[in-house]
Design a protein. Structure first.
Length: 178
């Protein structure tokens, strides 16, 4: 009985020691890039939560996709370009010093989000990042315009703006221009 108690105390001391050493080495600084494990876990958790949350009711898309993209381009420059850059991928000084860094909106990681997920991100923002929520200051149509524009950014998934616009048109055949 005493041997089991001694072993349990020893294991507890070792576990507590490992935790204390790990916490002493852990750093919350935003100056260094996170490790691969931290990045992997954070990205997976974020993607899961956004996917789950974005399945709830969203307002309908604007009927005129081309006008939506044009309007989104105008808004993008003043609302998004200050962090993501006017081309969606060249970080500005503001975006470069955020942690996590402002996302490259033309990257495969961002472009792999569904339109509903992108809408949710713009509407609600992402806590503990620099991504603000626009849901209380912008209409659903305005947010859809930004989402539609992000899909047409030059270089998004290696496509030109024209090809991305065509993809949008194919995704929404019932909403083509009248």
């Amino acid at each position: 009985m005493r041997t089991r108690t001694a072993w349990a105390i020893l294991v507890l001391v070792v576990v507590v020691t490992v935790i204390v050493i790990t916490l002493m080495r852990f750093n919350l600084t935003a100056l260094q890039e996170p490790g691969s494990l931290e990045t992997f876990v954070a990205n997976r958790a974020t993607r899961f939560i956004i996917h789950r949350a974005s399945r709830q009711g969203l307002p309908p898309r604007p009927a005129d996709t081309k006008a939506s993209v044009a309007s989104g381009g105008t808004s993008y420059s003043s609302e998004c370009g200050m962090c993501h850059g006017n081309d969606g991928r060249t970080q500005t000084p503001t975006g470069r010093w955020m942690y996590p860094r402002a996302a490259d909106l033309t990257s495969a990681q961002v472009q792999s989000y569904s339109d509903q997920e992108l809408f949710w991100i713009v509407q609600n923002g992402i806590r503990f990042t620099g991504m603000p929520a626009f849901g209380q200051v912008e209409t659903g149509d305005h947010i859809w315009n930004l989402v539609n524009y992000v899909r047409t950014l030059p270089g998004a998934l290696g496509n030109q703006s024209r090809l991305s616009s065509e993809r949008l048109e194919k995704q929404m055949p019932e909403r083509k221009e009248k």
